[in-house]
Design a protein around this ligand. Sequence first.
Ligand code: ATP
Length: 211
Amino acid sequence: MICEVHVTEPSVDQVRIGVMGGTFDPIHNGHLLAAEEARCNFNLREVIFVPSGHPPHKDVRRISSPEDRFRMVSLAVGGNRFFRVSRIEMDSPGPHHTVDTIGNLIKQYGPRVSFYFITGIDSVLQIMSWKSPLRLAEVCRLVAVSRPGYNLDRIRDLPEEVRASVRVLEIPLMAISSTDIRNRVREGRSVRYLVPDPVHRYLLERGLYRC
Ligand code: ATP
């Protein structure tokens, strides 16, 4: 039996705000393009970047300090008046789950705001392993942006209750990942133009990812 789920779009007088969560180790141009495309396509008033405090799925000993990651995100978003950065996860004890972070933002911003959680298709396809995926799909829209190597059609594999919340967004594909940037720096290769210039300068000055 096909179960129809009706999701009401936010009314016109509701403010839409994007949230881009990530480890951002480091933030790169793929993140920024995804956020900007989502902002324009979904008429978002702003996009809040939320560097993770303690991501439950990553080995915390192997990632750069929250302060370094926060600084790099701040430098990266500085040139866009619609972009903000939040310490909401960094300043509270972890582990942090997206559903709780969005819940806290809802408390902070009030009921007139609809949140759009912007995430790569790779992450959306993992969503059933996150905390309370059905609840997350209820409290915000999930914007699944295209990423090289992932087929957007795989959204069909998600349960209907989650799928109903997903808005697929095709963006110009950028084959960039933070892992690749860290590897390049370690190998002494250039990462210029893969990350914004101020981030490039910062990671070189701080000697990040050298070993
Ligand atoms: P890592 O390589 O360390 O796993 P990452 O490049 O995937 O990092 P994250 O900080 O983990 O970056 O990602 C934050 C969000 O940005 C995720 O939802 C991810 O899918 C998305 N994202 C990352 N890189 C891209 C890209 N090149 N294009 C579109 N979305 C991306």
